[in-house]
Design a protein around this ligand. Structure first.
Ligand code: AMP
Ligand code: MN
Ligand code: MN
Length: 336
């Protein structure tokens, strides 16, 4: 396959993306590992939209579909990579993934089969790994870009598509509270609500509901708070999870809670994974940028919310990350 010339202007990218989709018969859509609300909403929203074009669409999530998002219409159709592996497809659409490793096993399968990737994402750290890269770092959510794509494809937005895409926008803007929430994303949200998306129901599900075991996990993790300079950190160990009987991965939002402390500018949660690696979740208050540290450590993300996965044990990850955050803080802190 000859290397493709990358379209460069926004119009050319949109045209190239819609042409690729129009020309494809069987599509596979994939979101990132440890999917969040934007990844899942984009996957299901675009999946439903493409079904309207009479395409064969398979939806793949590298991890089991999280329980807390099972109110999204169509979630039962989402497959694990191993269950979708036998299916042929001629275009892979990657959603909300900043780098190939975020797609899990699906990336290597597509690459070795020479299947082109349409990379749709909003991470400033995106590595442009697709044949076409529709990457808009200014977009507050990948779901916001999907709305543009659905318009470009002339697909009417029904209540199910609207629900999935609004879910994505709400999740990534934390309910329109992030600094990248501007008039565009608000207008898009109004459009989705006009199409029937249940705003207050989604807000309730995303922000107000959690299993009690999450609160127990936080109670444990909050015992280990540590403030160094203006960096607040905590950790979640496998032992804590065993004690509570909560073996799923993820910090369930703990890092966002730490990031509310007045006395800190940067929050970090170190989470020991089952395989011994350590998941690092980083948050900053506006004016700081943790994405550089995440990228340097092989991860990625946004200025105010980033992450990476490091070899264990926990103490080794802490020793690596905390000095880098301290350094970043020193360069970024406004002069007194
Ligand atoms: P989290 O702390 O897991 O909620 O992730 C916050 C942000 O960082 C999200 O935008 C993720 O896409 C990004 N992120 C988290 N972990 C990684 C990773 N291992 N590699 C690349 N990006 C990551
Ligand atoms: Mn995401
Ligand atoms: Mn996102």
């Amino acid at each position: 396959v000859p290397p493709e010339t990358q379209p460069s202007t926004q119009t050319a990218i949109v045209r190239a993306a819609t042409r690729r989709i129009a020309d494809a018969r069987d599509l596979q859509l994939v979101c990132h590992v440890s999917p969040d609300g934007d990844a899942l909403g984009s996957l299901l929203g675009l999946g439903k939209a493409l079904e309207r074009l009479q395409k064969r669409v398979s939806l793949v999530c590298p991890d089991p579909f999280p329980e807390e998002a099972r109110h999204l219409p169509g979630w039962e159709q989402v497959k694990l990579p191993q269950d979708a592996a036998g299916q042929d497809y001629d275009l892979l659409i990657s959603l909300d993934c900043s780098a190939p490793d975020r797609l899990g096993a699906v990336y290597e399968l597509a690459r070795s089969a020479g299947i082109p990737i349409l990379n749709i994402d909003h991470h400033p750290t995106n590595t442009a790994f697709g044949a076409i890269n529709w990457v808009e770092p200014k977009a507050a959510a990948t779901a916001q870009i999907i709305v543009k794509l659905v318009h470009a494809l002339d697909i009417p937005i029904d209540v199910e598509i609207a629900t999935c895409l609004l879910h994505g926008i709400l999740a990534d803007t934390r309910g329109f509270r992030t600094s990248n929430t501007g008039p565009d994303v608000l207008r898009t949200a109004v459009e989705l609500v006009d199409c029937g998306a249940p705003l207050s129901f989604l807000c309730d599900r995303i922000f107000n509901r959690r299993p009690l075991k999450t609160i127990h996990l936080w109670a444990q993790a909050l015992q280990n708070l540590s403030l160094e300079g203006r960096i607040l950190s905590s950790e979640i160990t496998q032992e804590m999870r065993q004690r509570i009987g909560y073996l799923d991965e993820g910090d369930s939002g703990l890092v966002n809670y730490l990031n509310t402390a007045n006395e800190a500018d940067i929050a970090v949660v170190f989470e020991e994974l089952q395989d011994g690696q350590v998941d690092v979740s980083l948050r900053a208050v506006p004016g700081f940028d943790v994405s550089g540290v995440a990228l340097h450590l092989g991860g990625g993300g946004h200025a105010l919310a980033s992450g990476c996965t490091l070899p264990g044990p926990l103490t080794a990850a802490r020793t690596r990350v905390l000095p880098l955050l301290q350094q970043a803080w020193e360069t970024q802190a406004p002069a007194q």
